[in-house]
Design a protein around this ligand. Sequence first.
Ligand code: SF4
Length: 260
Amino acid sequence: MATNSAIEWTEATWNPVVGCTVVSPGCTNCYAMRMAHRLAAMGQPKYAGTTRVSGDRPKWNGVVRVDARSADLPHSWKAGRIIFVNSMSDLFHDKVPVAFVHRIFSTMRATPRHIYQILTKRSDRLDALSAEIDWPKNVWMGVSVENKDYLHRVDDLRNCGAFVKFLSLEPLLGPLDQIDLSGIDWVIAGGESGPGARPIDPSWVRDIRDRCISAGIAFHFKQWGGTNKRRTGRMLDGRTWDEFPKYGDAAAAWPPTDAL
Ligand code: SF4
């Protein structure tokens, strides 16, 4: 588990699953794929054998591995924090056994001092499993959508039983002017960064921001991205956008300074 995550919209990461497979265009420059390869090269056994090299680039090789020793780790974190679940995989990947998905939810349910953020591109499996999940209020469930071809993921999210629902529109690869934000509590948007980053059009971001403002939805703009994300920064129309959703019952135990 890593604390002090560099991801702007969380505080820590917890990776009880490692390894993944690309599923849509948003995965092309997957950061986790590169990081897993690097961690394996540094001798971390947890990531060994999850990637291959193709055309000088690390790629997932299809190995998805649960790390049962990590399944209970949040119990050892005494202070409540916001935890991004599986930054190095996708909890709803087909290769993650249903029993293990339930085990992760049991840990989250038993540690209400934390807020958990789960993000998936496998919204079809989320949809299939949602009815059998006992959703705790401290779990924020999200789906990633990179362009209009994947808007059905928003429908699957809307139908699930989570109390807080969010979207990661990152890397944003096209306009989403058909998006339906009803039932959504939080929207994160951002451009792709790193080698081979694909460009983002500011009009796509403004359209999403304006829809959030109109609907009273918390909006977080992560970055413009590009090959030098420090230079492009994260200002949008003269300010940063760092809103968070309201926390419901978990709020009392959990007051980040920039929360709404
Ligand atoms: S689903 Fe996420 S972790 Fe898996 S390949 Fe795509 S971007 Fe990477």
